[in-house]
Each structure stands twice: as C-alpha cells, then as structure tokens.
Design a protein around this ligand. Sequence first.
Ligand SMILES: C[S@@+](CC[C@H](N)C(=O)[O-])C[C@H]1O[C@@H](n2cnc3c(N)ncnc32)[C@H](O)[C@@H]1O
Length: 242
Amino acid sequence: MTEDFYHQTAEYVAVLLRQAWAGLGPALVDVLSGVDTSGGPVVDVGAGTGLGTAVLAAALPGADIIAIEPNPALRTALLTRCVEDDDLARRVTILGADVLAAPLPDRLSVVLAMNVLGHFDPGERRALWGMLADRLAPGGRAILNLQPPTTAVTIPATPMARVRVGDREYLGTAAAEPAGPDVITWTMTYRVEQHGSFVTELTASDHWHVITTAALADEVAEYGLRLMAADPEHELYEITRI
Ligand SMILES: C[S@@+](CC[C@H](N)C(=O)[O-])C[C@H]1O[C@@H](n2cnc3c(N)ncnc32)[C@H](O)[C@@H]1O
C-alpha cells in the first residue's frame, strides 16, 4: 500500500514536506549537537528527497551517511540533491531498498527515522528494534519522531501545508479514520491552484500504524533499548542502549 501511495503522491510529498522541516530541521540540529559519529556511519531511514539527509550532513560534518529510500521518484529527488552538492556527493550513499532488507554495516552511530515509523507494522517495527540492538555502536542512538495521533482516532480534514512554486500553489490536506486497533488510514488530498483557480487534485490513502510513547518505550525495552524524549515540541525521541 505504501509503495502505491508514494508512487501516486511523490511529486506532492516532494514539494510539501519541506514546510514541516522548517521546524524539524533546527530541532534535529539541537538533538544532534555533540553526537559522536566515530562508531560508524549514519543512516537516514526513508530519506524521501533528503531534507533530513542534508540536516544530518550539515550537523555531523565528519560522518558518512547512508540514505535509504525505496520509492524511485523520491529517490531521484534525493540523488539530484546529493549529486549537485560536492559535500553530499562525497559523503552520502543512497540505497533503493526497504531498510529491513538493506545491506547495512555492522556498526552504526546514528539512525534517523523521520516521518516514517507509522509505515512499519508491529512485526516490522520489532525487526527495526532488533536491527538497532544488533548494530548501534556503543554510545550510538536512533532519532525519530512520533507524529500525532498516537492512538487510532478520527482526524477531520486539516490543511497541512501550502507551498508556492512560480504561479502555482500546492496545497495538502490530511484526514484520518481508524482502520483497526492501532492503525489509521490517512487520506491525503493534494490540490494545485494557479492564481486561485483549480488546476488539478489528487486524493490518496495509506495505512499508518500508531503507537503511544509508553507502548513504544515498553516495546524497545524488550530489545535492551531505552526511549527518551529529545524535543517534546517537535515530538522527537532518542533511542539508546539501556
Ligand atoms: C513521509 S516520507 C518522509 C521522508 C523523509 N524522512 C522526510 O521526513 O522528509 C516517508 C518515507 O519513508 C519511506 N519508507 C516507507 N517504508 C519504508 C521502509 N520499509 N524502508 C525504508 N523507507 C521506507 C517512503 O518511501 C517515504 O519516502
């Protein structure tokens, strides 16, 4: 389902996610300050167009980065971002894979997972914690965000982002409905207007697995990992070894 979702929506995701990073970027820089990357490369899970990858590269100037992005359209934007910047081109390796099947080094210093955790069902999430338990270097950490809602509730249609490119404006609206005990269906509507007039509209839905911070803390603890709030305002969390 997720593959189809990004296949349909990549163009809009590429334009509209940037607005979320206006707040997330500086918050992530703060969380990364003083992080030791001597233990291994840094991984960006579900890197999208590389908004987080670029923040990682700027905040961690000595680190090699592995950016994992399975969707070919978003990966093309990621490759374009990296190839046009000498520093990113030298330091960022891009893998077109599911993170759970990606060939990763034995030791990782930082694993970033932004705006992505809900794509993993409980079994996949556990596989991710297993991967962290196996590969996080001593002193290493994962950094992720837990976007609301954290329980399966209805979210009425809410404007998410509005971005102007040339004469056109791109607008994103999100609504959610429960689709199971810990699953919601996000329905995204993307609209393009030119000088206020309708140009085109696309509606696409995807499942998203929700989890509360308390349940997530219990889940990662089973793998010898600890969840800690890193920036409550931006719902950023860190996972380290206990
Ligand atoms: C909402 S986008 C976030 C992109 C980027 N992290 C950001 O915040 O700008 C979620 C991304 O996760 C990727 N993704 C979904 N499932 C994945 C998986 N199993 N392994 C790696 N990436 C995945 C999608 O292709 C998509 O690019």
